[in-house]
Design a protein around this ligand. Sequence first.
Ligand code: BG6
Length: 478
Amino acid sequence: MKKAPVAPPATIVIFGVTGDLTRRLLLPAIVNLQQSELLDPATKIIGVGRDDIDADILCKERLPGFFEEDGAAWKSLKPRIAYQRGDFGDEALYQALGEQLDASAMFYLAVAPSFFGPIVEQLGKAGLLDEGKGFRRVVVEKPFGTDLASAKALNARLLAQAGEEQLYRIDHFLGKETVQNIIVSRFANARNEAVWNNRYIDHVQITAAETVTVGSRGAFYDATGALRDMVPNHLFQLLALVAMEPPINLEAESLRNEKVKVIDAIQPIAPEDAVRGAYGAGKIGKEKVPAFSETEDVAPDSSTETYVALKLAVETWRWHGVPFYLRTGKGLTARDTEIVIRFRDAPIALFRDTPTDSLPPNQLVLQIQPNEGIKMDMAVKRPGPLIEAVPASMSFAYADIFDMGHRTGYETLIYDVLIGDASLFQRADQIEAGWRAVQPLLDAWTSGEPEAYEPGSAGPAGADELIARDGRAWHEIG
Ligand code: BG6
């Protein structure tokens, strides 16, 4: 097994250190990196927040319980964590930061999107993005804009302060092992690529189903909705990895050049090719859930969607005529992120007792989460005197072969920022291409209502009708 090199020394400045993202994902990921001995001993962390606390209170009270444990990684990191109080709009904060930064630094903006622009402007104004004494990189969380115009404006605002190569726009799906595996599965197995086109593939389905409801994120979610929250970013990134042409190498720019071509080739989605839903009141398993519109901080007359299903076309030589069906939603029957590559039926009906249209599906299922793995569904002969084609699967589960450990998915992302590898981050043009494809829906959905669906179900009936219209059906969730 190859060992990754230790990252160069740097100060990790986390804006929004007292927030949920830092507690749940960022700090655990940094601790895991320390545990894997991938951080330089000189790595420092400065947490920036508005609360009047110090590093000790931050570590004791604001960070999760496992930090109380005696782990060597945490013990080594803790003395290297500092806290800087300040208002994100106040120049004094940036002066104070400047006094503590003498070499390379990464600024992680784990804050509400309205602060992305102002913080980067202040960093620029204070000279903290000058790379004279070491690298200066900015990590921007999602959502990046709320539509095409705002994403363009935000890109322009950030690029006025920093070079594109200094900006790391996060899409945390790209930190998932099984998402990164798409590239290896496709391009390290020549057999796959031989059939990876419109001659052999009938259609592709990409699903990100969640059982969780909107819960305490009412204010954010009511203003965002399932389309903005998941489609132009996470689902389009999965689509890009499945549909892109082979890059000439694995350098960030080569990969990103190929991905943007595919996202650019997604045709603007017509409203008749999309269905939106919102869950009503009911139960998921044994747990009672309120309707989305009755959730705290959601307007009772909200027309925000918690589910979306789409059919889209990727107009390239390889994919012409192959529909891509995407769906995502909250409060569904199971947590299931998967990509299904459905192959065409065998060209002639050789099996008289099994008409071609009822042959078992020949499909490749890339299971992104949970139970990460790959499954090939195909037809085999049922033993016996008759020739009868029945379904069977070949499958592989990551957990059977590898130690998956307890990783947050942010380890690789943070490590890559430190080593300057932007392959897993979104470039400005990708973000804008994603918004461009969904913009017709954003425009159309300013009026009308989402269709209600039962919590704990597979989504609204309209989604089944959308795909049934083409004589196809969704792969079962779960
Ligand atoms: C986030 C969305 O980006 O991704 C959430 O804002 C969603 O609404 C989450 O729940 C899903 O990520 P994961 O890694 O849990 O599948």
